[in-house]
Design a protein around this ligand. Structure first.
Ligand SMILES: C[S@@+](CC[C@H](N)C(=O)[O-])C[C@H]1O[C@@H](n2cnc3c(N)ncnc32)[C@H](O)[C@@H]1O
Length: 269
């Protein structure tokens, strides 16, 4: 399956997110503090299965969600319902974001640059700007810089003499985990293409459902990811009209340094 959106957050992968991916306390504390600082209502842009959104609702915060994947939104609805919430959740790609509300805080967590279309990324930031109240803030958190890999493996793909041929071989074993109903889910991924000039990588994923020790379903997906350095995102934010731009290290809230592989951008309307 190759979703037109250039993402893989559908079907068994959406189920994986709903089953196994939970927010850690540091992440939640970061978004909670951001919403308290910049204000409500808040929008979780690319909210996925509600991993961050649902715990924030449980804190009593007014947070809406939006995502390109109907499967992720269906899972988010189910997670929210389990806790007695019925949040406003919308299926929309961020470059077509068109919601009736305006927000004091909009945050993205690991959702920027997916899909492989730079024109869509640019328009997504413009749309986020338009959905903010004057003085409101956009946060682009959990952004991994292209040189983030500590083991140099990922970064070495950029170097002409060190480029390994693509697609890579499929690993023989994936990450296999037991779901709540006793079935097992397995994900196996590989690098399919890498283009340093376009600053884009394409990953492939095979998602398998195991029942009684047999594979009963297999799905294949591709995800295209635009790779952005920090200064490029700052330029895009500036072009979209944002001001008071800051780059923070991880989820610390302190200014980023060259040693931070994962950063968060904070920008004001
Ligand atoms: C890595 S997941 C993170 C989900 C959620 N933010 C979290 O932290 O749990 C990325 C999410 O971004 C969504 N996404 C990717 N491209 C998008 C786009 N152009 N517009 C809206 N959502 C998008 C995907 O469907 C997926 O749910």
């Amino acid at each position: 399956m190759i979703a037109e959106s250039g993402t893989w957050h559908y079907g068994l992968i959406a189920r994986w997110w709903a089953e196994f991916n939970v927010a850690d306390p540091e992440e939640l504390a970061y978004f909670r503090a951001a919403i308290r600082r910049f204000g409500e209502p808040a929008l979780d842009l690319g909210c996925g299965t509600g991993r961050i959104l649902v715990p924030l609702l449980a804190d009593g915060l007014d947070v809406d969600g939006s995502d390109i994947s109907a499967d992720m939104i269906t899972a988010a609805q189910a997670q929210a319902a389990k806790h007695g919430f019925t949040p406003r959740l919308t299926v929309q790609p961020m470059h077509q974001l068109d919601l009736p509300r305006r927000y004091r805080t909009i945050y993205m967590c690991g959702a920027f640059g997916i899909g492989g279309r730079r024109d869509h990324d640019r328009e997504g930031l413009r749309r986020a700007y338009r959905h903010l109240e004057p003085g409101g803030a956009l946060l682009i958190a959990n952004h991994h810089l292209p040189y983030a890999d500590r083991d140099e493996k990922g970064w070495s793909h950029w170097l002409p003499g060190r480029r390994v041929g693509t697609p890579h071989e499929w690993p023989t074993e994936g990450d296999r985990r037991r779901a709540a109903d006793g079935d097992e889910l397995e994900l196996v991924s590989r690098l399919a293409e890498f283009d340093p000039l376009a600053q884009r990588k394409t990953l492939e994923m095979r998602a398998r459902l195991w029942h009684g020790g047999q594979v009963v379903k297999e799905e294949s997906y591709r995800l295209k990811e635009n790779l952005y350095f920090a200064q490029e995102i700052l330029l895009l934010l500036d072009q979209a009209g944002f001001h008071d731009l800051a780059v923070e290290g991880g989820y610390t809230g302190r200014p980023a340094t060259a040693n931070d592989g994962m950063v968060a951008f904070v920008a004001r309307r």
